[in-house]
Design a protein around this ligand. Structure first.
Ligand code: IMP
Ligand code: MG
Length: 190
């Protein structure tokens, strides 16, 4: 599907690509300062956090006094019980490829909603004895949190809607959209 083909199904834009870029840059400022002179291991959560993990890593690297080294790993989990709400059950589909013990682990997620996915990931990496463990989410939907999970870096709060674009999908579509949007109700398959 091309971006043009998506257009009739989009209700409204929630964050433009410029707004997202500015948000990622603000996150990078804080992360670069907090990890200045230290090695940092970014762990992106596939597939949704692919865009934000790459853009964030690039932005952090542009800060002169940032981390001494940046490594990137990816983990893939699936948490959906149905199409638009995640269930409490998180399945690990692909683990990271390398040892994370003793490292400064920063989990990068696209969005947090009920919190189950991030809680699962924090718990997983905590048990592997990192030097430090923090999380960063680009989009926050704070309305239906079921698990109280710490998020040290939050990009922006978004409305209580199902959102797509900039990595986020509906049935594997829309990830390539460069901005964040709300889908029209008619676009959801029943
Ligand atoms: P949680 O477990 O409810 O916090 O949801 C986290 C995961 O659900 C994220 O990693 C997303 O993959 C997915 N998710 C939550 N809300 C949305 C949304 O509005 N659009 C697309 N994916 C979402
Ligand atoms: Mg995700």
């Amino acid at each position: 599907m091309t971006l043009n083909a998506y257009e009739p199904t989009i209700e409204r834009t929630l964050a433009s690509r410029e707004e997202i870029a500015a948000t990622v840059a603000r996150l990078a400022d804080r992360i670069a300062a907090d990890y200045a002179g230290k090695p940092l291991l970014l762990i992106g959560v596939l597939k949704g956090a692919l865009h934000v993990s790459v853009d964030l890593a690039r932005e952090i690297s542009r800060r002169i006094d940032g981390p001494s080294e940046i490594r990137m790993e990816y983990i893939c989990v699936s948490s959906y019980g149905n199409a638009t709400r995640s269930s409490g059950e998180v399945r690990l589909l692909k683990d990271v490829d390398r040892e994370t013990a003793g490292q400064n682990v920063l989990i990068i997620e696209d969005i947090i909603d009920n919190g189950h996915t991030l809680a699962y990931l924090r718990d997983l990496f905590q048990r592997r004895n990192p030097a430090t463990l923090r999380s960063c989410v680009l989009f926050d939907k704070p309305y239906r949190r079921l698990v109280n999970v710490p998020v040290e870096y939050v990009g922006m709060t978004v409305p209580d809607e199902f959102v797509i674009g900039y990595g986020l999908d509906y049935q594997e579509l829309y990830r390539n959209l460069p901005y964040l949007a709300q889908l029209k109700a008619s676009a959801f398959s029943s």
